[in-house]
Write a protein that binds this ligand. Sequence first.
Ligand SMILES: *[C@@H]1O[C@H](CO)[C@@H](O)[C@H](O)[C@H]1NC(C)=O
Ligand SMILES: *[C@@H]1O[C@H](CO)[C@@H](O)[C@H](O)[C@H]1NC(C)=O
Ligand SMILES: *[C@@H]1O[C@H](CO)[C@@H](O)[C@H](O)[C@H]1NC(C)=O
Length: 261
Amino acid sequence: MKMMKHPSILILLALCICSTEATDPMADFCNKDTNISASSRISANIDALLAQLVSKTASTGFLTSSYGNCQARFYGLAQCRGDVVGSKDCSSCIQDAAKQIRQRCPNQAEAMIWYDFCFLRYSNKTFIGKVDTSYGIIFYNTANVSDVTDPKNFKKELGALVDNIKAQALVPKNLGFGKAQTKLSPSVTLYAFVQCTRDLSKPDCSQCLATAVGYYQTICGDRKGCRVLFGSCYVRYELYPIFYAVGRMNVGAHDTVMTLV
Ligand SMILES: *[C@@H]1O[C@H](CO)[C@@H](O)[C@H](O)[C@H]1NC(C)=O
Ligand SMILES: *[C@@H]1O[C@H](CO)[C@@H](O)[C@H](O)[C@H]1NC(C)=O
Ligand SMILES: *[C@@H]1O[C@H](CO)[C@@H](O)[C@H](O)[C@H]1NC(C)=O
């Protein structure tokens, strides 16, 4: 009889869970060269792999896993951004990622999905521990930093900040993550972070970050904000706060352009 005491709470809970919509990612990649027929065995293995990732990633913010045998074996990786680890937003992000990656890539054996707070990928090829910059996405703010600060000084400050946070990311206890901010003027602050996937060795993390921040000089040059996404790392700078804080959704500014590299 005890369980019947608060039926309204149970109903409310059920409603909340059912009506939860998975939020949209920043980007996804379905490898169209790995098309699979939606065979039930393969789909079931991907779903089982994703279920493992969803249930076990949140505690440490990182998990690699595999599921299935022979031709239908799948490898997966899920990770929350370093400053999001341990929060409720980490687990909800991984849940959203698992849901959306299957909706967006229903017929591919290899897929990746990027959220601001987390990253998830799977493949029928082993990729764990290998640096991957084969597919990249860049989002940049179309506005020019010259609107708010001296571009030459900006470049210098960004370079110094990035050197600092790249070094942070390679310190084992930092889990591949580095962040810092610096005041460019009384009213303008530059924020930046870098994140490697945690399966990478130091040299591989370093290599991925070098490739990613290399675009700060080229495609991102003089832009007020930029994000570079790879399968093995994610780097970003902005002139507004981007570090994790409960309740802040760090979605990008709307005046951004996406380009593939
Ligand atoms: C894979 O499937 C997609 C549709 O889901 C199609 O557009 C694409 O051309 C296919 N790729 C190959 C290599 O067959
Ligand atoms: C992965 O799946 C694709 C598409 O079915 C297939 O062409 C490829 O050989 C598979 N790779 C491995 C390593 O099983
Ligand atoms: C930004 O502004 C500076 C100074 O006006 C200019 O030299 C540079 O080409 C601009 N960059 C972009 C990407 O528009």
